[in-house]
Design a protein around this ligand. Structure first.
Ligand code: BYC
Length: 474
């Protein structure tokens, strides 16, 4: 169904035909806007920002670009078109009709999954709210705001499901999504990474590279759900998510590129000299990468998870790209995980495949992250340097799962706690690193100008030049 922009809430779900639901969402809308004003991007609400807005949900041509003030962005409800032939793709009900309504026995579990997904969206906006003050260029400022408004829309996507399918409980959950806040001592966001502060743009690029990529894999898993409205909304969210990861991936590439230019100019790889020239030395990039990648690994949950097994059995949450697997039942198969053996080394353990679904998804995620690292390393190699960026092991610095609290080095080798305590400061951004990175953060708002620590992008947005005035201040 085409998108209706005449309604107060743009939608392609024929919202006008369900007055009760429409009224409930229209009641939530001002609460969302209040939240946006209070905890959304600070101080840029009257700027005209060159943003894309969804105009249709098909793969091509869904976006239209134009100058919009963020509070006037048309947040709405967009689901990918319904496939009337779609069948359940995995688990105990494989091959049966997908559900247009929620079976009573799965109500609370699905609600929990939708709330957890929904909670991350406003959380990320809250985490990033101060970054506009220190954007390295207008191009980057615009990208930040694009990411922010789309995360706001992803919140709408989950709130629509809560209102439309979960009655009063759903409406209460929708309110609470605006009451928990990132880093709040009393009412924090649900998942760990979404309570970490993002004070600088290197962290923002790491977050959009690694944490938004968790979003990609979780949304892919939910796009397989037997609950068809959830699957359809996640399919469309994925098309928006791609740009967020692009911002992170190319952001880190641009940091590396600039550092390599400075290394060439100065003929040195000495971090001190590189910092004196206002760029970010590669070991510091590695420490930020270690922090955000390891935190994001926790977002996949435990290696062995009875929650994951029951999500899969009941058809609530599948594997990303489930169709690529041969066996969609996964009942009599096993999966091997490495676990600590308690003596400073590891042993293999076989667990039922269904219990391993979190780790299967994490494995696909790690491969996807590796492609980015390979691209960055190619730049370093081409510049003639032997330094290589690397993903730390999935055992390193974990807080959730089999390796939670187990001291290992970045390569995943178990080490004594005392050694870990002595070395961890060198593996993660130190206070000195953070102070240095923060010292580089200054807003650069002249069209085409870039901060000295980051190279310009290869191209602008929507065929516009990099020098385009992507944000116009009043
Ligand atoms: N922090 O069996 P377990 C995105 C909890 S990002 C805190 O190990 P399960 C985005 C877990 O909730 C994608 N708690 O794991 C990115 C459970 O608690 P309950 C967000 C954690 O349940 C950037 C307990 O530990 N979407 O979209 O199999 C910008 C034991 O759970 C953590 C989703 O996450 C953690 N890291 O899987 C904007 C999809 N990890 O229930 C947006 C929906 C686990 O016993 N969520 N726990 O109280 C899920 O599918 C699952 O909840 C998880 C965990 C994959 C997160």
């Amino acid at each position: 169904m085409s998108i209706n922009y005449q309604d107060r809430i743009p939608n392609n779900v024929d919202l006008g035909s369900n007055r009760t639901l429409q009224r409930a969402l229209e009641h939530w809308q001002p609460e969302f806007l209040n939240w946006w004003q209070e905890l959304g991007p600070k101080d840029f609400q009257v700027a005209d920002v060159y943003l894309r807005t969804a105009t249709s949900v098909d793969a091509k041509g869904w976006a239209t670009y134009g100058f919009v003030r963020m509070p006037e962005y048309r947040w709405g409800i967009f689901l990918a078109d319904r496939d009337p032939e779609r069948k359940i793709g995995f688990g105990d009900n494989f091959g049966k009709e997908v559900w247009q309504q929620i079976p009573g026995e799965h109500r609370s579990t699905l609600r929990r999954l939708i709330v957890t997904q929904g909670d991350t969206e406003p959380a990320s906006v809250e985490q990033q709210r101060m970054l506009g003050h220190t954007a390295p260029s207008l191009y980057d400022l615009r990208n930040l705001f694009q990411v922010n408004v789309e995360e706001g829309r992803h919140l709408w996507a989950m709130v629509y499901l809560l209102h439309a399918y979960f009655g009063r409980d759903g409406r209460e959950e929708a309110e609470e999504l605006l009451e928990r806040h990132s880093g709040d001592a009393d009412k924090p966001r649900i998942l760990g990474t979404f309570n970490e502060p993002i004070r600088d743009w290197l962290s923002f690029f790491m977050f959009t590279m690694f944490t938004d990529r968790d979003g990609k894999f979780q949304l892919k898993s939910l796009a397989e759900s037997s609950f068809d409205p959830l699957a359809r909304t996640c399919s469309f969210m994925l098309t928006e998510e791609a740009h967020h990861m692009f911002v992170g991936d190319t952001g880190i590439s641009r940091v590396v590129k600039r550092t390599l230019e400075v290394m060439k100019e100065l003929s040195t790889d000495d971090p001190e000299a590189i910092r004196n020239a206002g760029a970010i030395d590669l070991p510091t990039v590695q420490r930020y990468l270690n922090f955000w990648f390891s935190s994001s690994l926790d977002l996949f949950g435990s290696e062995s998870s009875s929650n994951a097994a029951s999500y899969f059995a009941n058809g609530l949450k599948g594997r990303p790209d489930e169709a690529r697997y041969e066996d969609h039942i996964a009942l009599d198969t096993f999966y091997t995980i490495d676990v600590p053996n308690g003596n400073g080394s590891t042993k293999s353990e076989q667990i039922p495949m269904r219990n391993a679904m979190n780790d299967v998804t994490r494995g696909s995620y790690v491969k996807d992250c590796e492609m980015g690292v390979t691209r960055w390393n190619r730049l370093i190699e081409k510049a003639g340097h032997s330094f290589r960026l690397a993903l730390p092991s999935t055992r390193f610095r974990r807080n959730i799962g089999t390796w939670a609290g187990v001291p290992t080095d970045p390569a995943g080798k178990p080490i004594p706690q005392t050694e870990f305590n002595a070395k961890i400061a060198g593996w993660l951004p130190s206070e000195g690193d953070q102070a240095y990175i923060l010292s580089l953060m200054h807003g650069v708002y002249e069209p085409g100008k870039m901060a000295a620590w980051v190279a310009p992008p290869d191209r602008g947005i929507n065929s516009n030049p990099v020098e385009y005035e992507y944000v116009r201040f009043q």
